[in-house]
Every structure is written in C-alpha cells, then in structure tokens.
Ligand binder design. Sequence first.
Ligand SMILES: Nc1ncnc2c1ncn2[C@@H]1O[C@H](COP(=O)(O)OP(=O)(O)O)[C@@H](O)[C@H]1O
Ligand SMILES: [Mg+2]
Length: 353
Amino acid sequence: MADRQTSGAAITFENLEKSFYKKGTGQVKALEGVNLDVPAGTITGIIGRSGAGKSTLLRMVNGLEQPTSGTVTVAGHDVGRAGAAELRRIRRDVGMIFQHFNLLSSRTVYGNVALPLEIAGLPSAEIKPRVDDLIARVGLEQLSGRYPAELSGGQKQRVGIARALATKPKVLLSDEATSALDPETTQTVLKLLADINRDLGLTILLITHEMAVVRDIASHVAVIDGGRIVEAGTTYDVFADPKHPTTRSFLSGITGITLPSFVSHRLKAERPQGHSEEVIRITFAGRHATDPMLAKLTSELGIPVNILAGAVEEIGPHPFGNLLVSVEADRGPEARAYLERHNLLTEVLGYVG
Ligand SMILES: Nc1ncnc2c1ncn2[C@@H]1O[C@H](COP(=O)(O)OP(=O)(O)O)[C@@H](O)[C@H]1O
Ligand SMILES: [Mg+2]
C-alpha cells in the first residue's frame, strides 16, 4: 500500500525565473515570478498556449532545466541545488510521460518498462515481477512482447505510463501526454491516469493546451501566459469565475457546440451594412448556470434573443454551459455588458446580415 498524502504540497515553485539565451534575440524570459503549490495527491493541470513556458516549468521539477533564480521543491528536495546523487534520488521519485511517448524502438513493451529498473540496478529477479505487474496495471498483458512500431498511439502511451511508474515515483509529470491521441483514446488514457492517482495516491502534474483535459481529470489548475501564472485554484473555482482573459478564452470553446450551418455559412467577421445580427457565445458556470439570464435580458432591457445552440454539462457536481445566441447588432454591446455584469462570459463570434 502506497503512502497517501492528502495535505501539503508535493511540489512548490517559489519566485521562479528562467531565462534562455537565444542567438539574435538575446535573453528570453521563459518563466517569471512563478509561485505555485501543487497539492500532494491531486491531479493538477497547467494550461497555456504554445510557448507559454509549460514544458520549461515541468522540466525544472526533475532537474532537466535549472532555475535562473528561485526554487523548485519536490518532496522536500531543492531540485535546483541538488548534487548528482540527490538528483538521481529525486528522479526516481518523479516519473514523466511525453506527447510522443519517447519509447525505445529496439526494445519490446517489456524491455521499455524494465529499462529504468535496469538503470537503477535492481536485481533481475525483482525486475520481472515488477514489470509484469506494471504491464498488467496499464492493461497490456497480451502485448508485452511487441515492439513500439506494432502498437497504437494509446498503447504506446500506456507503455510510457508503465515505464514512468517503474521506480515507484511520488510524482508523475505529463507533458501533453494526450495531445497526439484521438478523442476516444484520450479519454481512456485520462481515465487510466485518474485510476493511478486514486489507487497509488500519486500526485500528477499535467500540462496541456486543452481545457477539456483539465475539466475531465484535474482537481486543481493553474493558467500560464507569457511565463507567468495568471490564475490558479481549484478547477471548479477557476471555471466558475475565471478572472483572466486567457482563462476565459480557454474556457469559451470547451463544450464544442457549434453554430447551425445556416448561420455559420453566412457568418462575417465584420459587421455588414444595414440590419444585422450579432452572434454571441455565452459561457456560464456554477450558481449562475441556472439563472434565467436570457429571459431577464428580454424583460429588463427589451432585447430579444435568438437561441442558436446550447449545451450544459458538468464539472464535478457543478453545471457549466455554453449558449450560442444572436441579438440585433445595434443592441449587442448593451446585451453583452448586461450579461458580463451578471458574471456570464461573452464572446462575439461574428455577424450575419
Ligand atoms: N532550450 C531552450 N533554448 C532557448 N529557448 C527556449 C528553450 N526552451 C524553451 N525556450 C523558450 O522558452 C519559451 C517557453 O517554451 P516552452 O516551455 O517549451 O513552452 P510551452 O511548453 O508552453 O509550449 C519559448 O519562448 C521557447 O522558445
Ligand atoms: Mg511544451
């Protein structure tokens, strides 16, 4: 039975800065003033656009990158100041999985999972039962003799997960681990990660550019933009009341509902001459999700609203929804200001003449 920590931080970033020297551009600040606790035993997501600094942040947790200043603490160890022996110990405590799996093509499933144990110098009699156990945990018993080229993407990532767990780490880092997978396979891999988190009490720090991944498995989230953490908290709090524009833009597309084609075919980015309708996406969450805001918009401001599409789903036990509507373009700004005042998020998708 693994130790289960339910309080305290598994990873702490304090005043973390990282600069790279780039030919031509000079110093590039990849991370600036990062302060963040990753609570032990949680699945914590870090979401940001490409180039935001996600991978750099993750790579500091296992000492693949050194901070320019500030500290990264993992299970009590100061990673940036660790000597070689301490760093080896830290790396046994921190497993990592990758977008492109990083398996050795010359080794079988079994050989890939066994590799970290061979490197750690475990006696071979102990390696076999451990590897068999790991392969069973990720559901690949029938495939242990196969080579990576003979596996699907989802199966390769299962091998990556088994390999990352081989040294019985306390922390699992995931760098866009589902980004190369189709949506269905993504769901099965996320479920496996959630099972591992629950069964082993392992802390998982995952980085992604997809809010759906955060919604599906992360209890906590931090939003990173231009090397800074701009928002952090429980997933529900951040979804229910997002403060930063970057968070809002990540949230607005999350339900995946789309405009009916009779609207999308006529949608223009610029407002046309003459009468037109403004097409708006409304995102709502938490206790606001069930308020009859559209009815109020009509009754209080006298603005009629056409509903084009909508869906309400759940984040944990809480409702979260998206509506696509249109209003007369002249009244659009007024309608959006009203909705924003009532804590709904709005985004103009375009205009139809
Ligand atoms: N080894 C490196 N040398 C120079 N610049 C780097 C290096 N690694 C990352 N960067 C720069 O740091 C910034 C953040 O990169 P990265 O952490 O990979 O972002 P993300 O994973 O969010 O896409 C980018 O501007 C990137 O070009
Ligand atoms: Mg990256």
